[in-house]
Ligand binder design. Structure first.
Ligand code: MCA
Ligand code: AMP
Length: 504
């Protein structure tokens, strides 16, 4: 028994129906995909990986990258996918913190990662964007059948790192049950069947593209048009072959900016889902005006998978994230005392259910601070539930920026900036941005008498942090606004700089 592997992958054994459809129309069947996964699973086991060991992968999106996920599930190895944009120092932390025993990377990164991995006792194999590399070379001669390793529902299936307000990333431990229960609920709620063909342009190193999109299609037995990345022209070209699409709000605003994206092109589509960041009500309205479809917005987190969704049949309300999913309990509490607030009032959103993770890897204090003993997880989002039961997210109780669907914690950037020559302190904020929803702005306070070299600061940030976290604008200020307690008032800064990218 290995519920995750059996339910998502094993059930398709021997099926010659399409699973992945590539942009050049090449089709990979479920059976062919499973054979490749089994061959990779042999490589992992021969390399000495045991059930419960972590495998970190910083690889491009490809069918083989997805087969690696299946191979980990089959061999009972915990899959730890990493954003391609992470720098060497970010990667070092993830490998060290997770204790990964194997690292899979692109050939181009092998030289940089080999000494880091060696120091930390991990082996390195490569997997390139075209599916080549040492991993698939070693897999090629292996048998296309692998005896699935037994696992239980509460065994770990994946680690996904999420940053935190202290600047230190936390490994969210997701069990088989977390992933499976959510996939089952969503498949049903959004009516996915084996007739579905999902247009898949999300990265597969985050919950949205890996678990929400892929696990649903696997469970339903449908197919995915598997694009290496989002490209509005490609989406328009391939949409006629799809039935459904999932994306972050930037996908939708970019599609609306594409003249080829017409009503005719979407007439046959069944479902458009948005999440990972707030979808502006105006985008919802413009999308309906252009296509006649109402986008279905849902709300989730790395730690919880999906929590709420607008209804499939009922009214999909712009600016709301719908109702708690079946099996998910949601309450709005007072952040100071943790008690529920009266209906309609704003408070922090807490959720409980089989979707909620097991805790942060080796961080019992952080786990205890966010995951209550009674199972409720404090999301850090602020919201309210209206009289019709729709959940509205009105803000965040955590210092977080979401740019194009990627989460960015200001503290992590501030720690780098504060270390630079001539910098007394810094404050990093998110400001509205037409394309990314929010973008990063850094406010730097110079040390008395010094004038910091912004070019040098920019390159230090570039060396330490993934590209999507880089401030897009630096502003020098003599001092930061503080309240009487001495706390920096970021809301004043956000307000002062809210129009910086108005015309972007
Ligand atoms: C790329 N860049 C970014 C971003 N993406 N900068 C800020 N924010 C971003 N999101 C950098 C590029 O490296 C490039 O740098 C420059 O910005 C512009 O790149 P561009 O070509 O416009 O970007 P792109 O490659 O087209 O990517 C934009 C994107 C992509 C398609 C929106 O970021 C994306 O696929 N986002 C989806 C993220 C996602 O899956 N989130 C789900 C998390 P340069 O200027 O040097 O060229 S899961 C989650 O949040 C929860 C669980 C949930 O509810 O789903
Ligand atoms: P992550 O940690 O990457 O999983 O991101 C989770 C966060 O994304 C949540 O805590 C929310 O702040 C945000 N988020 C996800 N979906 C939505 C949504 N539909 N509307 C607003 N915020 C969202």
């Amino acid at each position: 028994m290995n519920p995750l592997y059996d339910q998502l992958f094993g059930r398709h054994a021997g099926q010659d129906t399409p699973f992945l459809i590539l942009p050049d129309e090449q089709v990979i069947t479920h059976a062919a995909f499973l054979s490749e996964a089994a061959q990779i699973a042999h490589v992992l086991v021969k390399a000495g990986l045991q059930p419960g060991d972590r495998l970190a992968a910083q690889i491009h999106k490809s069918p083989q990258a997805l087969a690696l996920y299946a191979a980990c599930a089959q061999a009972g190895v915990v899959f730890l996918p990493l954003n391609n944009a992470y720098t060497a120092s970010e990667l070092t932390y993830f490998i060290e913190n997770s204790g990964a025993r194997m690292v899979i990377c692109d050939e181009a990164a092998r030289g940089m990662l080999t000494p880091i991995a060696a120091d930390l006792g991990a082996q390195v194999e490569t997997l390139n964007a075209d599916g080549g590399g040492s991993l698939t070379e070693k897999a090629a001669p292996e048998a296309a059948h692998f005896n699935t390793v037994a696992r239980r529902e509460d065994d770990l299936a994946a680690f996904l790192y999420t940053s935190g307000t202290t600047g230190r990333s936390k490994g969210a431990m997701l069990t088989q049950r977390n992933l499976l229960s959510n996939a089952e609920t969503l498949t049903d709620y959004w009516r996915f069947t084996s007739d579905d063909v999902l247009l898949h342009a999300l990265p597969i190193f985050h919950t949205h593209g890996l678990f929400v999109a892929t696990n649903i299609i696997l469970l339903a037995g449908g197919a995915m048009i598997f694009l290496p990345k989002f490209d509005a022209g490609e989406m328009a070209r391939l949409m006629p072959k799809a039935t459904s699409m999932m994306g972050v709000p930037t996908f939708y605003t970019r599609l609306l900016d594409t003249p080829d994206f017409t009503r005719d092109l979407t007439a046959h589509m069944r479902l458009f889902v948005s999440g990972s960041a707030p979808l502006l009500a105006e985008t919802h309205v413009a999308f309906e005006a252009r296509t006649g479809h109402r986008i279905l917005e849902r709300y989730g987190m790395t730690e919880t998978n999906m929590n709420t969704s607008n209804p499939y049949d009922g009214d999909r309300r712009a600016g709301t994230v719908g109702f708690p999913l079946p099996g998910v309990e949601l309450k709005i509490t007072d952040p100071d005392i943790g008690e529920s607030v009266p209906t309609g009032d704003i408070g922090q959103i807490e959720v409980r259910g089989p979707n909620v993770f097991k805790g942060y890897w080796q961080m019992p204090e952080k786990t205890a601070a966010e995951l209550r003993a009674d199972g409720f997880f404090i999301t850090g989002d602020l919201g309210r539930v209206d009289e019709d039961g729709y959940v509205h997210i009105v803000g965040r109780n955590k210092d977080l920026i979401i740019s194009g669907g990627y989460n960015i914690y200001p503290k992590e950037i501030e720690l780098v900036l504060d270390d630079q020559h001539g910098v007394l302190e810094s404050a990093v904020i998110g400001v509205p941005h037409a394309d990314f929803g929010e973008t990063v702005v850094a406010i730097i306070v110079p040390e008395a008498g010094s004038s910091p070299d912004l070019k040098a600061i920019e390159s230090a940030a570039a060396g330490a942090l993934a590209r999507f976290k880089h401030p897009r604008r630096y502003i020098l200020l003599e001092e930061l606004p503080r309240n009487t307690m001495g706390k920096v008032q970021k809301n004043m800064l956000r307000d002062a700089y809210k129009d910086l990218f108005e015309t972007a």
